[in-house]
Design a protein around this ligand. Structure first.
Ligand code: GUN
Ligand code: ZN
Length: 452
């Protein structure tokens, strides 16, 4: 049932039930921003702001907040290109490989300019936070200092983030936007070292070969070794379009498949997230499962660039971890709620093509947007739902706010109530997200300090 699916993860407020439910007990947030079980004899409070000061939430809060308001877990964007926020929308123009050459490489080259990088990176981190993305897995550009700046901005604005300096030692179309293998390796090591030295509590480096097309075999091997030696995350793209898969076959004739190219170079681990995967075979999905690598489903991008349709049902059948990605700017929206709607849409197109297909449900995409994403990034010990011991990454949502669907359906049965609430969330936007918390700290609305 829905209650079982969301037991311990879903939170709602009605006049009859407490604001936050966790395993039938009330939820608390301690001074470290970690979720804890309510203890007996804790003095309850009617003051919402006390929530973050170690005072446990109490059902008396129900009367305090209107019941169209509730908390839900913060959302996870498992794949987003921070520099590409500056030209979002262009992917509707061309297919992937042409789009990379015409828009992506020329614009990304500008991120050598730290002032420009600062401006765009500030905008994208703020935009995603306002959209309820409490955790983001970012591609930056090949520039180490600008990539470090993105890490700093995410830290300063309070977002949980994985940040990758992009690696590419092969690029026939833009001679100025590539590195030598040695530069790519050395700068990746410098990036990891300098980012870790900052000791940001919730920002970590991720090894980032752009994709097999833009990396030589020696570089792929070096990057696999770097990730292993430093025990850090890996991200890249895989099987996004038919043209791309065909070029990979030409470039790597000795590999059995696209997945095999990465696996050969130790780039598939339980801390790897690969974007797209529209054309992966069952055998390749099995390799994902065996290595613990995950997929970032980016439905807006897949349709905008006319790349393909990922069969999420088949990915789930193979028990491969999967979350949602905006893939800005392959996708034109920086909102994971948009990605959730597009995931439903893609699933419906697959149903039109094959009437026997089991369409994804609202609950399934809600889960992909939250817990699924945290699992895909191997961050589910820290975030993804409201389990005791995890950080309080949360959104205060008001579905009655402007932009929310009009409440025409009056639910009597509580199960139905949860259903329509999920439908309302998925159809919401940033106007419905009143506050955003990361590890118990309120990061939206922005403070005077973060406002600029
Ligand atoms: N494959 C390699 N680079 C990119 C990129 O920037 N965006 C997308 N969507 N796919 C890629
Ligand atoms: Zn991408």
């Amino acid at each position: 049932t829905i209650e079982q699916v969301y037991r311990g993860t879903f939170v709602h407020s009605t006049p009859q039930t407490p604001l936050l439910i966790l395993e039938d007990a009330l939820l608390g947030v301690n001074t470290h921003g970690t979720i804890s079980q309510r203890q007996k004899n804790v003095v309850s409070t009617h003051c919402y702001t006390k929530l973050l000061c170690g005072v446990y939430l109490n059902s008396s809060l129900c009367g305090f907040l209107p019941c169209s308001e509730f908390f839900m877990p913060g959302m996870v964007d498992t794949h987003i290109h921070a520099p590409q926020y500056s030209y979002a929308g262009t992917a509707l123009d061309l297919p992937l490989l042409q789009w990379l050459n015409k828009y992506t490489f020329p614009v990304e080259a500008h991120f050598a300019d730290l002032k420009f990088a600062q401006q765009i990176y500030n905008q994208v981190v703020k935009r995603t936070l306002r959209n309820g993305t409490t955790t983001a897995c970012y591609f930056a550009t090949i520039h180490t200092d600008a990539s470090l700046l993105l890490g700093q901005i995410a830290n300063d604005l309070g977002q949980r983030a994985l940040v990758g300096k992009v690696c590419m030692d092969r690029n026939d179309s833009a001679k100025t936007y590539k590195e030598t293998s040695q530069e790519s390796q050395e700068e990746t090591l410098r990036f990891i070292k300098e980012l870790l030295e900052k000791k940001y509590p919730r920002v970590s480096p991720v090894v980032t070969p752009r994709f097999a097309l833009s990396c030589t075999e020696p570089l792929l091997g070096q990057l696999g070794a770097i990730a292993k030696n430093n025990n850090i995350h890996i991200q890249s793209h895989i099987s996004e379009t038919v043209d791309e898969v065909n070029v990979v076959k030409e470039l790597f004739p000795d590999s059995k498949s696209y997945t095999d190219v990465y696996n050969k170079h130790n780039l598939l681990t339980d801390k790897t997230v690969m974007a797209h995967g529209c054309y992966l075979s069952d055998e390749e999905l099995t390799l994902f499962r065996q290595t613990g690598a995950s997929l970032a489903h980016c439905p807006n991008s897949n349709v905008s660039l006319c790349s393909g349709l990922l069969d999420v049902r088949n990915v789930l059948k193979h028990k491969v971890k999967i979350g949602l990605g905006t893939d800005v700017a392959g996708g034109y929206s920086a909102s994971i709620l948009d990605a959730a709607r597009r995931a439903l849409e893609t699933s419906k197109v697959l149903t039109i093509q094959n009437p026997g297909y089991k369409t994804l449900t609202f609950e399934e995409v809600f889960r992909l947007a939250t817990l699924g994403g945290s699992q895909a990034l191997s961050l589910d010990k820290q975030t993804g739902n409201f389990e005791v011991g995890k950080d309080f990454d949360a959104l205060r949502v008001n579905v009655a706010a402007p932009g929310g669907p009009i409440d025409l359906i009056k639910d009597e049965h509580p199960k139905v109530g949860i259903w329509t609430l999920i439908i309302k969330i998925v159809n919401s936007d940033d106007r419905n997200i009143v506050e955003v918390f990361v590890a118990g700290k309120k990061v939206v609305p922005f403070t005077e300090k973060t406002q600029e």
